[in-house]
Each structure stands twice: as structure tokens, then as C-alpha cells.
Design a protein around this ligand. Sequence first.
Ligand code: FAD
Length: 323
Amino acid sequence: MGNDILVLVEHHAGAVHDSAAELLGKARELAAATGGEALAVLLHDGSAASLASGLPADRVLSVEHEAFAHFLPEAYVLAMAGLMADRDPRLTLVANTTVGMDLAGSLSARTSAPLAAYCIGLEVEGDVVVATNQVFGGKLHAEVEMPGGIASVVAGAFPPAEGAGGATVESVGAPDGLGNLRMRFLARVEPETSDVDITAQDILISVGRGIGGDENIELAEDLAGALGGVVSASRPVADAGWLPKTRQVGKSGRKVKPKLYIACGISGAPEHLEGMRDADLIIAINTDENAPIFDVAHFGTTEDLFDVVPALTEALEAAASAA
Ligand code: FAD
């Protein structure tokens, strides 16, 4: 096994996903410490070839084939497994995104490389890699040791690589078998756009399961009205139909970056944090002092949201009418 670190670069519509800089930052750090290289893997159909030169890697492996026009797990597994066999990296990093989660398990099964999923920490210690992983939705962390393998990395776990571009770009031949894929990409289905666009808001009052039921959403609507914001939600709220799916923040919802995000009765599961942790100011209202939302909140209270939210609305309305 070599000392290189292979990183799958996610991209879409001509833009590199934020995860790439975070993964490559860690890859460069680990590779530099062990005498290897950080190898960015760009799978593309030709239209995204120009992205290669901007990647903060030691070397970019650019693999072009029409099968990479869209994400197809079967095609990506073939390519990544081939590169792992050829380059023999110590570690292969993928983001713990929908794409990465789809890919990592199959890649591990195909290559027999161990997989550390939901990874938030990675170190090389002597001959082993020590990975720290979130378990039980982030309520616990598990430390595991492996000789090398695959890690799917949670968003925000590592700081993005500084500097950009200048890496050597190496064209690598596409693997055999891409002409015989059993799965075919048909269409990209965009979500409904009839509701408000929560990604375009400066202020979000976000409600979680702690809000109790749709009859209480009004409390958040009132606070949003007083602040000039909009109500968004965690997944259970959208799944229950208390708010439309278009309001869902997180991995399988929208990624938001408002100036103010007030999380009311949201525990802060990794899938939720993935969608909002970059907000400028996060305020959490949660009765459980151990809730992970407090790890990312700038301010917080463990008071009951049914006390805090109406009191806040009332104070804001009083201040507005006094002005
Ligand atoms: P809970 O985890 O049940 O938390 C409720 C919180 O409310 C608790 O912390 C509790 O202390 C607090 N609370 C209760 N009553 C009060 C009160 N009166 N006052 C104050 N606080 C109170 N989740 C998302 O949000 N977005 C996603 O996009 C998403 N995608 C996912 C994708 C996948 C593949 C998977 C597996 C999961 C996904 N999830 C997503 C679900 C995620 O794992 C969590 O289950 C979910 O975020 C939990 O929602 P919650 O915080 O509202 O509920």
C-alpha cells in the first residue's frame, strides 16, 4: 500500500462541490506527513474538464467518458475501483453526501477495502489510519483503526484547502465496462418551485419535531413575521406534512446560508447540520443541553420553545410599535 490519498471530486453543472476543498485539504495534510500525494479524481464527460486545473491537489486524475455526464453509481464504482487498484492509495476519500453515501458502500464491497462512514476525524499513526466517526446521528463518536481503506467524510469536518490550482493534470483512460452499464440516466427532476425559496432568505425560523404538531407552526410564523423572515423545517416536520417539503433544510432538503437561523426544537442531526451550519448567526432553542445543535450554535437557550418563541415575538412586536 502506498501513501497517496485519493479524493473523489463531486461536481455539478460546471461547479465543484464545496466538499472537494475540505477533502483535499485533509488529503494534502495526510499525504505530506507520509510522503505521498493528494490525488483528486475528476470523472467527467468532457464538459467539466476545465475544472481540473483549479483543484487544490498535488495531482488531478482526469477520467473522461460520456458515462460520467451524470452521477451513476455503477459507472463511478467501476472508475474508482480501477483507480484504487492502479494507484494503491492508503486512503480513498469521498464526501458523506448523497453521492458519496451511494458510492462508498459499493466501492468497499467491490474492492474489499474497509469503510469508515460519517467520518469527522482522520489521522495516520504509524502504519494505521485512525478515523473518528459519528454514530447514532452524531450523538456518539466512534474511533476506529484500519490499515487504510475508504472514508466518507461529513461536511465541515475539515477546513478547506487553502490556495487553488496549479496541480499536474494527468489524463487517465476510462475503465472497461462503461459501455455495458445496467443503469441508464434518464432525467434530472427539479423540485417544485411554487413555494418560497428558503435558500434565498436572510432570516429563517426553523422548526423541528420539538414543535409538536402543525397546530403550533403558527408560533414560528409569528416570530418569522416579526423578524421579516420565513419558516423552514427539519425533515420530520416536512415528512409529517406540517410544512411543505420545499421548506426542508438539510442533506435531503435545501442547503441554506442565511444571516440568521433560529433552530426551534431541532436536535442537530448531521443530516440537518449539513444544510445550515454555514449560516452567519445560529441561535438554538432546545430543552436538551446535550443536543448537538449547540455544537454549531453561536447562542442558545435550554428554555422551552413554547415559552421563548412567543415571548420573543411579543418583545419584537412591542419594540416595533414603540419605534
Ligand atoms: P429530533 O431529533 O426528534 O429532535 C427534536 C428536538 O426538539 C430534541 O433535541 C428535543 O430536545 C427538542 N425539544 C422537544 N421539545 C422541545 C421544547 N418544548 N422546547 C425546546 N426544545 C424541544 N434531517 C433533516 O433535518 N434534514 C434533512 O435533509 C435530512 N436528511 C436525511 C437524509 C438521510 C439519508 C437520513 C438517514 C436522515 C436525514 N434526516 C434529515 C433526518 C435526521 O437524521 C434527523 O432524524 C432529523 O434531522 C431530526 O429532526 P429533529 O431535530 O426535528 O427531531
